[in-house]
Design a protein around this ligand. Sequence first.
Ligand code: ADP
Ligand code: MG
Length: 478
Amino acid sequence: MPYEAVIGLEIHIQLLTNSKAYSSDSAEYGGLPNTHVSAITLAHPGTLPKHNKMVIEKAVTLGLALNCEITRFNQFDRKNYFYADLPKGYQITQDKTPICRGGFVKVKLSDGSEKKINITRIHMEEDSGKSMHDQDLADTLVDYNRAGVPLVELVSEPELRSAEEAYQYVSEIRKLVRYLGICDGNMEEGSMRCDANVSIRPIGSTEFGTKVEIKNMNSISNVKRAIESEVIRQTEMTEKGEVFYSETRGFNALKGNTFSLRSKEAANDYRYFPEPDLPPFVVSEEYIQKVKEVMPALPEHLYLQLKNEFGLSDYDALTITDDKYLAEFYISITKHSQNYKAAANWTLGAIKSHLNETATDIINFKLNPSAIADIIQLIDKGQLSNTAAAQLVFPEMLKSIDKSALQISEALNVIQSNDTNFIGQLIQDVLSKYPEKVTEYKEGKKGLLGLFVGEVMKASKGKADPKMVNSEMIKALE
Ligand code: ADP
Ligand code: MG
């Protein structure tokens, strides 16, 4: 019997704020262990949490970008459980009133089609500290720097149907949070964490099967691998007539398989109740409008702008907007040059290759967008060939960033001459050098044009514009 996968994802997104969710302790990543910890983070008796406006603003920003409905009346709830890295003995989260509900994200699939994935909810909560099991021989040590760092949890409907769809969904969410500047999206460092809920069912069935939750994947490709292997495991068990139970599993990236962590039957009863130490708050219509006004451009909008206004191909528009900072660089080039296609070619060609080769991020790229626009202009004016620009001028510009494209081209002696007199003279020289070939050409051997043009280019020492030589040569021959 053929089966299909049913997948829903829960993504924890660490918000880029200066201070923690309910205290003024630094929320910065890293730092020596237990240095971002006041009495509030450590949950000393009598301490009180406070709201952080930036957390609410970023959560609303994400909700608006995902087309969610923003909850007006918000409260926080206590989720009670005991763990060494949870100093209060409970986590402050939102249970009954997630700040965002509904909404959707469109993901692009590898066959070029688009699929709409609905969002169930986004709620605000706090991160726990970190237990470190490998720092001491005998004991587990705890670092509370991360305790209280703000998170939002984004829960999808169980609408993903393959590991590939899940991969595209997480990629889209990561791209979005980076564009919005609300999270760095770094899964390796744990600032974005994904839990995958996976079940299978016979194709055609409308009921859900028993789900398994997989945790601790530290990259998007591992999310994909974990789901792939889990779907195979569940399918094989089902085909053998074996029953499996709802449980939490981990993913072993080396072996490429999932393993049991704990069964869901023994799940905690969290005893949620409204957090009495934080007053409820109301999100007003004016507030939502204000957040909308300062919201950065979304990748989707930018992609459409590059396609419709700048006339770029689907591929170019998609590849450029895949990275927020690359897109910003591209847009800056177009502020100085209206040759949008050339700007795209430079961005995705020479610049991207250079960044890949030197393992540099576009943020640290040395040249200004206007310098790239200058090269494009020299080419468009026929003063520089594409080849000389990419192979000689561009690499030299990276070495001497204080010099202009023109200065470097002149120093390299690659400025092409557009002087028709100069080119006309060279053409006449070549034609009188090969009288028989000229006759052969006139009798129909048109392929000889290449020879004539080549000779002129040689005589010009590469300074003539090949396009112009070509057209002038045809004129002279006819
Ligand atoms: P839990 O209480 O175990 O966390 P939820 O009902 O809150 O479960 O769902 C958590 C996630 O699991 C959501 O993303 C949801 O879409 C997904 N999910 C729910 N049921 C299934 C299922 N049968 N198969 C796969 N994913 C599911
Ligand atoms: Mg869950």
